[in-house]
Design a protein around this ligand. Structure first.
Ligand SMILES: Nc1nc2c(c(=O)[nH]1)N[C@H]1C(S)=C(S)[C@@H](COP(=O)(O)O)O[C@H]1N2
Ligand SMILES: [Mo]
Length: 257
């Protein structure tokens, strides 16, 4: 068994556990029941993953990429899918012409980028699998500006340890959605500021105008409706202090898969 990749073994174990909970097909994506048991299985797998991934993955290792034929016909939308926040609706109404993505915090050169600025940059397209912690997966095709060159241009100060993604949606008027990643993922080649899905401008449901793709992580890290990228030394002063909307509510911050 020495040539068996331990990650494959772990994935097999996870798949087997999920299959035993009863997998069903829905909307062209893999779906498992949203039972408490499914969530418990998934979150214990996340606990395993955090240490397993740190041991097994080299920092630049890529998430698997798929072919056009693998793309899910109907990629599920989840979480906020139609933000009603006034500022978001105003941006949507004028086609995001005045929308800017700010890059600030612990950087030497703060930036403010229009959608056209982002589209004028180097682009990358990747077909990857999105795994939601609720127990479904879809394969989608994303195009966007790689994060690494932008962050090199903004130039992190030495104290910067994390990058925080601030979103425009507030989940029904509550706390704004946000997420954060560490520097290995900031400079990972598959980390994208995605503005297109299946060669079309990103829909509102999937995060228009721009969302993060950080492919070695679970769905809730894939922050939609971006407006600001902030470099910070610590996650303590933000939101509930756990580095993200869902981590503040009990999910693992390190959502590696
Ligand atoms: N701003 C924002 N980003 C978000 C969410 C959200 O509610 N708001 N939900 C997260 C969750 S749990 C998942 S699974 C994915 C869903 O992305 P999709 O709608 O493109 O499938 O977005 C993530 N990013
Ligand atoms: Mo999710």
């Amino acid at each position: 068994m020495s040539d068996v990749n331990p990650m494959d073994t772990r994935r097999f174990w996870l798949r087997a556990a999920l299959a035993s909970l009863g997998a069903v097909a829905l909307s062209g994506c893999d779906m498992v029941t949203r039972s408490k048991t499914a969530k418990a299985v998934l979150s214990s797998a996340e606990g395993l993953t955090r240490s397993a991934q740190r041991l097994l993955l080299k920092p630049g290792q890529l998430a698997p990429e798929f072919s056009e034929a693998d793309i899910s016909p109907d990629f599920k939308a989840n979480g906020s899918t139609n933000p009603q926040d006034a500022a978001y609706l105003a941006h949507l109404a004028n086609g995001f012409a005045d929308w800017r993505l700010r890059i600030d915090g612990l950087v030497e050169h703060p930036m403010s980028l229009s959608l056209a600025d982002l589209k004028a940059r180097q682009a990358r397209t990747q077909i990857t699998r999105h795994d939601c912690v609720e127990g479904w997966s879809c394969i989608g095709k994303w195009t966007g500006a790689p994060l690494a060159p932008l962050m090199r241009e903004a130039k992190l100060k030495p104290e910067a340890k994390y990058v925080v993604f601030h979103c425009m949606d507030t989940m029904g008027g509550g706390d704004p959605y946000y997420e954060s990643i560490a520097l290995d993922d900031v400079f990972h080649p598959q980390s994208l500021l995605a503005y297109a899905m299946s060669d079309q401008p990103l829909s509102v449901a999937h995060g228009a105008p721009v969302r993060l793709r950080v492919e070695r992580h679970l769905g809730y890290k894939q922050a939609k409706y971006l407006e600001r990228i902030e470099a910070v030394a610590s996650l303590e002063g933000l939101g509930g202090g756990k580095g993200g909307y869902w981590p503040d509510r009990g999910y693992e911050w390190y959502a590696g898969i």
